[in-house]
Design a protein around this ligand. Sequence first.
Ligand code: ADP
Ligand code: MG
Length: 258
Amino acid sequence: MIINIDIDSDFLKRRKREEAMGAISLRDIHKNFGAFPVVRGVDLEIADEEFMVFVGPSGCGKSTLLRMVAGLETISSGEMTLAGRRINDIEPRNRDIAMVFQDYALYPHMSVRENLAFGLKMRRAAPAEIDSRIAEAAEILQIGALLDRRPSELSGGQRQRVAMGRAIVRRPLVYLFDEPLSNLDAKLRVEMRLQIKRLHQLLRTTTIYVTHDQTEAMTLADRITVLKDGLIEQVGTPTELYDQPNSLFVAQFIGSPA
Ligand code: ADP
Ligand code: MG
């Protein structure tokens, strides 16, 4: 699909003015569930505007790490900052971070437009501002024709777009994606992957994207973090990881001949 967008919003100007507003720093992050350590000391700097992909086997702690960044899970120990501000104890809704889930999590009784507006209304945005942000998101995601439908009247791919739209209208400093495309069929996955790439090229919003799909990781990432058993195994650009995996584990995960 070809998308032709000309956005000259205050948002983009604001982004240009303020430096490193989307930089995230994770320092010695731990998470225990009861006595069970799931994240065991993660140190990671994510640059403003960076597209960071987390990969690793099922159960290695990717979702838990992401949920801690979102504030949906408490941190057992360590420190997280966003744009230099400590966010450990800040409520999820005040973090300026938007998360897109695999299961869409749309409100079934609301139209697409109401789904997009809901978070903004909760934040007491002005009606004109809500309308213009919805129009912008609808243009970016090509969902203008769907605004009066209910989620039950949408295909999987359309629902996923609306879920992304809900993140876009908030204009957060950071997007978090937890395997957003894994419920879609192969053709749609490719289409949505391109859409997500376009979205990032357009808005340059710092993104952390969890996936177990190597193609998604290699094509979307500025850098990839490979996780194993709650620890970082390696961080690097797709090329670095492919050319110089520092372990057989990374080599096998990235798919290079070991
Ligand atoms: P991933 O997303 O990499 O597959 P998760 O972060 O979901 O891994 O899970 C990491 C580990 O933490 C798994 O062993 C999982 O069973 C465990 N876990 C996740 N959430 C909870 C929870 N709320 N209570 C107890 N254990 C959990
Ligand atoms: Mg997970």
